[in-house]
Each structure stands twice: as structure tokens, then as C-alpha cells.
Design a protein around this ligand. Sequence first.
Ligand SMILES: CC(C)(COP(=O)(O)OP(=O)(O)OC[C@H]1O[C@@H](n2cnc3c(N)ncnc32)[C@H](O)[C@@H]1OP(=O)(O)O)[C@@H](O)C(=O)NCCC(=O)NCCS
Length: 137
Amino acid sequence: MASTWRGIRDSVIVLVETGSHWSDTTFPAGTDASGDIFGGWVLSQMDIAAGTTAAQRAKGRSATVAINEMRFHAPVHVGDLFTVNTHIVKTGKTSMAIHVESWVKRQRTSERLMVTEADFTFVAIEASGVKRALPPI
Ligand SMILES: CC(C)(COP(=O)(O)OP(=O)(O)OC[C@H]1O[C@@H](n2cnc3c(N)ncnc32)[C@H](O)[C@@H]1OP(=O)(O)O)[C@@H](O)C(=O)NCCC(=O)NCCS
């Protein structure tokens, strides 16, 4: 799958893969008091991934209007390979419902498991921020 370097942020190198997911090795920046990856960082990666999918479907700008059923099933440990998967489950006139899951591959055991999931809603918007109808696929 083709990929592009998205940049370096807080010592975390993010590799964006075209399509609906990307992987990222987690480093100590952004850990919580227990030494696991901060939940807010995980949520932001999910929002960025869903936003990438929404922008592709909307063929342009879109905005997050809702995040529902956010579930944290297991912690993300430093060193895990972190991946976000997105799936558009429904579209309306202007909106897109996107189910988002994040998965890890544990560094030491190579075990793969889903660590979070949530249902995001994005709305296609004009450059001015006003909602717009989704274009045909
Ligand atoms: C996006 C925005 C322009 C939409 O304008 P709006 O007048 O609220 O639009 P509507 O209430 O008509 O909703 C638009 C669509 O979103 C859906 N929607 C709105 N709120 C929703 C919610 N909480 N859950 C699910 N769907 C929702 C509506 O059902 C509608 O879908 P449809 O057009 O496919 O039928 C406006 O809400 C906005 O600017 N929000 C802030 C976005 C933002 O800044 N996000 C980043 C946060 S940091």
C-alpha cells in the first residue's frame, strides 16, 4: 500500500497510509502516570484517521460533529505498533458515520488486539465552515 510521511510530532513518527488506516510505533512522549500511552493521544489519532477517510469521501473539507460510544478495551503500551482502521458505515445528505477501531501489536509478544473503538460522525463543509451536500462517489 502506498504511504507518505506525515511528520514528526512529540517524538512520535506518524506514517500515514493511503486508504483507511495507518501504523505508528509508540514512544515515551505522551504517557500517563502509569507509563501507558495517554488516552487523549489515542483519541486524537482516531479523529485524524477518521478525518482522512471523511475528507476522501467528501472530496474536500469536513468536520467532526460527534464521537459516540468511545470504548477503551485495553491499554496501549510504549513500544506497541499502533494501527487505526476506519470504515464508513452510513452516509446521509451531508454526514458520514464512521466506525473507528485502534489495534496494537504488542512489542514483546506480537499479540494483536483491539484497544479502542468509537463511532464518529463527520459533516462535509465548505471552506467557510457551512455544511454542504456530499458529492457522488
Ligand atoms: C458541522 C456543522 C457546520 C453542521 O452544521 P449544523 O447546522 O449543526 O448541521 P445539522 O444539524 O443540519 O446536521 C448536519 C448533519 O449532521 C448530522 N448530525 C448533526 N449532529 C449530529 C450528532 N450529534 N450525531 C450524529 N449526526 C449528527 C445531522 O443528522 C445531519 O446529517 P444529514 O445532513 O446527513 O442528514 C456545525 O455543527 C459545526 O460547525 N460544528 C462544529 C464542527 C467542528 O468544529 N468540529 C471540530 C471540533 S474540535
